[in-house]
Ligand binder design. Structure first.
Ligand code: AMP
Ligand code: MG
Length: 342
């Protein structure tokens, strides 16, 4: 594995060219996007894409997001382009929005987990864009972490999780959005949010010219073949177990912290307000959804590195603006099930 550092705003042309070469030759390159670090491969090369699944330990029923430079390149992988795609692309691209559309045959089945749809996104990060330009092919890139584990927001997270499983890591500093893109399905009737991110549903609805937008039930159904019915997937999870609490259960959470500490566990917490003495590693999180999202994964990586066995997490408000952060916290809090490969 090679590890090369670039200026996030003006990446070194020689390093970018090298990344493009590795991708065109079927290799794997980890690079920063504005959301999280991606593990990229040539999206049109089934062999290259299969290496992503192998490196991550990701099951092949979990489809990837294809990254392109602009809306016209998105139309080259999508078979249909509804009016809503135009409006959302106009409003949010380049940026942390992924659109699911009927796919063209040139996109290999492995990239879409055999689905007839493709997820496509136009990233805004200068390093991601420079690499896309150099590679001159669409790049399939899921988050550059092992399956179900914490997503990387710094290159050092990628190096720790994937190390020699990638050909090249391009370090472009910490990512700014911090959680994965908002995924909107436009392949059926209307628009459905499959995965909340940092763009709130009302902003999506406003761009489409609708009053409201459907949000898929996180407990399954919809178009997501990977979801077991009635169950939330454990995902985006640190090694420590996560316990969520809200304002009503604050005193209980403080008692839990004392109990865990007394039995010798190292206790971390992500807090919006203080929880008391028993928390060994309290992390005070910003009371703003964008700033919280930016800080979230790094905070969890840090608590894992501090050896926390448990992290008590204060649930943010149940508003549209917090939906993305709440989704990640809820999934991280799911217990390990026998189906998990971890
Ligand atoms: P990741 O790249 O790890 O952020 O994960 C990509 C996610 O995008 C998947 O887990 C799905 O939630 C979503 N996705 C990708 N392709 C499709 C598709 N064709 N249909 C529905 N959801 C998709
Ligand atoms: Mg991921």
């Amino acid at each position: 594995m090679r590890y090369l550092t670039v200026d996030p705003e003006r990446p070194d042309a020689e390093i970018v060219r090298r990344a493009g070469d590795v991708l065109r030759r079927g290799g794997l390159v980890a690079f920063p996007t504005e959301t999280v670090y991606g593990l990229g491969a040539n999206a049109l090369d089934a062999n290259a894409v299969s290496r992503i699944f192998a490196a991550k330990g990701r099951p092949t029923y979990d489809p990837l997001i294809v990254h392109v430079l602009n809306a016209s390149a998105a139309r080259a992988v999508a078979r249909e382009w509804p009016e809503a795609a135009d409006r959302l692309a106009e409003a949010f691209w380049p940026g942390p929005l992924t659109l699911v559309l009927p796919k063209r045959a040139l996109v290999p089945d492995i990239a879409t987990a055999g689905l007839d749809t493709v997820a496509v996104r136009v990233p805004s990060h200068p390093v991601a864009r420079a690499i896309l330009e150099a590679a001159n092919v669409p790049i399939a890139a899921p988050s550059a972490n092992r399956f179900t584990e914490l997503s990387p927001t710094k290159a050092e997270h990628v190096a720790r999780a994937l190390g020699d499983r990638v050909d090249l890591i391009v370090d472009g500093g910490p990512t700014t959005v911090g959680i994965e893109s908002t995924v909107v399905d436009l392949s059926g009737d209307g628009a459905v949010v499959l995965r909340p991110g940092t763009i709130p549903a009302p902003a999506l609805a406003a761009a489409i010219g609708a009053l409201d937008i459907a949000v898929a039930d996180a407990r399954g159904g919809g178009t997501m073949p990977r979801r077991a019915p009635g169950m939330l997937d454990r995902h985006y999870a640190p090694r420590a177990r996560i316990e969520l609490f809200d304002d009503a259960s604050r005193r209980e959470a403080a008692r839990s912290a004392a109990t865990y500490t007394a039995r010798g566990e190292t206790v971390g917490a992500l807090l919006l307000a203080p929880l008391g003495e028993a928390v060994t590693h309290p992390m005070h999180m910003p009371n703003d959804p964008a700033a919280y999202a930016r800080a979230l994964y790094d905070a969890l990586h840090t608590l894992d590195a501090s050896g926390c066995q448990v992290v008590l997490v204060e649930a943010p408000p149940e508003t549209a603006a917090w939906a993305g952060v709440r989704d990640r916290l809820t999934r991280a809090a799911q217990p390990v099930t026998p189906n998990d490969t971890r």
